[in-house]
Design a protein around this ligand. Structure first.
Ligand code: ZN
Length: 223
């Protein structure tokens, strides 16, 4: 079923409190009558991420849930989940970062789908991006389509996984936030920094460098 032919009644957003998922939350609020956001607590290095998610959900008056995914930490210890493992800031650009938790998006979307079905919600929104694909295979379009089919079969439901950022680069993601009147909110209230600093972040980690470069390109391209 084509997602575009459906009623835009309710959606569930997989929401981390970062730039991408916050932009998706703004996107969903423009399109759906009811929006629910879900965050996952997987023992991530920075609990601040969940604090940001809560603040943003409150600001936007969105119903927000946190789900316990501490299992993920048990399955795949790495630099995002274990504070004793440092993020490798000098890894080659074409190699998967050591912050990858294998299958993380797959698990999040699957748990989100189970929760959504209980609520009678079939539209799932996620901020994954193929353009921005940095070593995470479960961010790719082909995977999302495959998972959508699998979830439909698993739960005998017609889900629609929407990926508003799939073909956008970081500059265009900033542009989308601006078009949704959310540029300041995304810039000030989200957390993407591996060192847990909100907004513009530490400026040095790989995530901050990508964010800053994207913002600069956004300004060059559109301002
Ligand atoms: Zn940083």
């Amino acid at each position: 079923m084509n997602c575009n032919t459906r009623n835009k009644d309710a959606a569930l957003v997989v929401f981390s409190g970062g730039q991408d998922s916050t932009t998706c939350l703004l996107w969903a609020l423009k399109r759906y009558r009811e929006v629910v956001a879900v965050s996952f607590d997987y023992g991530q290095r920075h609990k601040a991420e969940l604090g940001c998610a809560k603040e943003i959900a409150q600001r936007l008056e969105v119903e927000w849930h946190v789900m316990d995914m501490s299992l993920l930490n048990q399955l795949a210890p790495n630099s995002l989940t274990r504070s004793g493992i440092e993020v490798d800031e000098n890894a080659p650009e074409d190699a998967p970062p050591n912050s990858v938790v294998d299958g993380r998006n797959m698990l999040f979307l699957t748990f989100a789908a189970v929760f959504a079905k209980q609520r009678g919600i079939t539209d799932l929104i996620t901020g994954v991006s193929q353009s921005d694909f940095s070593g995470y295979p479960d961010c790719r379009d082909v995977f999302i389509k495959s998972l959508n089919a699998t979830l439909n079969l698993a739960m005998d439901t017609t889900f629609c996984i929407e990926t508003p950022l799939m073909w956008l680069d970081k500059a265009d993601t900033w542009k989308l936030a601006a078009d949704l009147n959310g540029l300041d909110l995304v810039r000030d209230m989200t957390l993407t920094c591996y060192n847990g600093i909100k907004g513009d972040g530490c400026g040095n980690c790989p995530s901050c460098r990508l964010r800053r470069q994207g913002y600069r390109e956004f300004l060059e391209r559109y301002q």
